[in-house]
Design a protein around this ligand. Structure first.
Ligand SMILES: Nc1nc2c(ncn2[C@@H]2O[C@H](COP(=O)(O)OP(=O)(O)OP(=O)(O)O)[C@@H](O)[C@H]2O)c(=O)[nH]1
Ligand SMILES: [Mg+2]
Length: 326
C-alpha cells in the first residue's frame, strides 16, 4: 500500500473536522497542483525527459523551491529506475511517497511546543510585519487555554500604532490576561510581564514583538536585549522562538527565515495564510532549505484556525482530488 492510501485510511478514522480544516486550507494549492499533475499524466503516457521537465515546472510553480525540486526529481528518477516504473500514472503514487520522504528525511519531526518542566513556558514570536504574529498568538492562546492552562500575553510590540489594542482584543476573545505598557521599551514590558507570570504561576507566556523591517544589526541588537531580559527572569527561556512566515510571500519567506536564523535561535516556524495561497508547496521548501520544522500552520483568520502542522494531513490535503479523479 502506498503512502497516499495509508494516509487516507488513517484519516477515515480521524476527527472529521480536523481533516476538513486542512482540506479547505489547502484548496487553492490543491486545485492548481493536482489538476496540473493530472493533465501531465494524461499528456504523457511514458515517463521521459519532457515529462520530468514539465513536472519540475509544476513543482516550482507550487513554490517548492528550485533546490528542493532538483533534489526531489533526482530521488524520483532513482526510484523510477530501481522499480522499473514506465507509465506516468504509476508515478503519481510515488510522487506522494517521495514528498513525504523529502520532508521527513529520516528525522523525527518534533512539532509540539517544548513545554518547560517547571515554571512558565515562554514562547517568543518574531517575523517581519504583517505576517500574522499577533493573530497567531491569539489563536495559540485560544488553543492552550482550552487545554486548561493559564496563559499570559505580553505586548512586546510597542512600536506599531494599534498593536497593543489588537493584542488586547485577542486577550478578550480568548479570556487571557495581557500585559502592556504604552510608550515603553519592549524589554521593559517583557520584564514586567515575566515577573507577573512567575509570581502568579502562569503556565504559558506568549510574547508579541514588532515586525518592522529594520536593518539586520538593529534587529539583532533588539532581539539580543529581549532574550537577555527573558533569560534573566526565567533561566533557559525562551523555550521556543517561533518565526512567523506568510505562505503567500513564497520564496521571499525562505530568505526571511534564513536571515532570522542568522541572528537568533529559531526553534520553529509558523506558516500563516496557507488558506490564501496556491503555493502551499513552500512547506517542503522550508524544511529542505532552512532545516527548521514548521510547527503550526494558519488556515484562516479566526481563533480556531491554527493547527499543529502535520505532514500526513498536509500531503493528503494536497493530493486528495488526485485520488478522486483516478
Ligand atoms: N487568511 C488568513 N489570514 C491571516 C492568517 N493569519 C493572519 N492573517 C491576517 O493577516 C493580517 C496581519 O496579521 P497580524 O497578526 O496583524 O500580523 P503581525 O505579524 O502581527 O503584523 P505586525 O504587528 O504589523 O508586524 C491580519 O489581517 C490577519 O487577520 C491566516 O492564517 N490566514
Ligand atoms: Mg502584530
Amino acid at each position: 500500500m502506498g503512502m497516499f492510501d495509508k494516509f487516507k485510511n488513517l484519516f477515515q478514522k480521524e476527527n472529521k473536522e480536523e481533516v476538513e480544516k486542512y482540506d479547505v486550507g489547502l484548496e487553492k494549492t490543491r486545485k492548481e497542483f493536482t489538476s496540473k499533475l493530472n493533465l501531465l499524466t494524461m499528456k504523457h503516457n511514458r515517463i521521459d525527459e519532457a515529462y520530468y521537465e514539465e513536472l519540475e515546472d509544476i513543482l516550482i510553480e507550487a513554490d517548492i523551491g528550485v533546490n528542493t525540486v532538483i533534489h526531489f526529481i533526482d530521488q524520483l528518477r532513482a526510484r523510477v529506475k530501481k522499480e522499473n516504473i514506465v507509465t506516468a500514472s504509476d508515478l503519481k503514487e510515488i510522487i506522494v511517497d517521495e514528498m513525504f520522504i523529502i520532508y521527513v528525511q529520516n528525522q523525527i519531526i518534533v512539532n509540539k511546543i517544548n513545554y518547560s518542566q517547571e515554571g512558565p513556558t515562554v514562547v517568543l514570536f518574531v517575523g517581519v510585519n504583517g505576517v500574522g504574529k499577533t493573530t497567531t498568538i491569539g489563536k495559540l492562546a485560544y488553543q492552550i487555554k482550552q487545554q486548561g492552562k493559564k496563559v499570559l500575553l505580553i505586548a512586546g510590540d510597542t512600536f506599531r500604532a494599534g498593536a497593543v489594542e489588537q493584542l488586547m482584543e485577542w486577550g478578550e476573545r480568548t479570556s487571557c490576561d495581557v500585559v502592556y505598557k504604552m510608550e515603553a521599551d519592549p524589554a521593559s514590558v517583557i520584564y514586567d510581564g515575566l515577573e507577573k507570570a512567575k509570581k502568579e504561576s502562569y503556565d504559558v507566556v506568549l510574547i508579541d514583538t514588532a515586525g518592522r523591517l529594520q536593518n539586520k544589526v538593529n534587529l539583532m541588537n533588539e532581539l539580543e536585549k529581549i532574550n537577555k531580559v527573558i533569560g534573566k527572569i526565567i533561566p533557559n527561556a525562551p523555550h521556543e522562538t517561533l518565526l512567523v512566515m506568510d505562505a503567500t510571500t513564497g520564496q521571499n519567506g525562505i530568505q526571511q527565515a534564513k536571515s532570522f536564523q542568522e541572528i537568533t535561535n529559531i526553534t520553529g516556524i509558523v506558516l500563516t495564510k496557507l488558506d490564501g495561497t496556491a503555493k502551499g508547496g513552500i512547506v517542503l521548501a522550508i524544511k529542505d532549505s532552512v532545516g527548521i520544522p514548521v510547527k503550526y500552520v494558519g488556515l484562516g483568520e479566526k481563533k480556531e484556525d491554527l493547527r499543529v502542522f502535520d505532514i500526513e494531513k498536509y500531503i493528503y490535503g494536497l493530493f486528495k482530488e488526485m485520488d478522486e479523479e483516478k
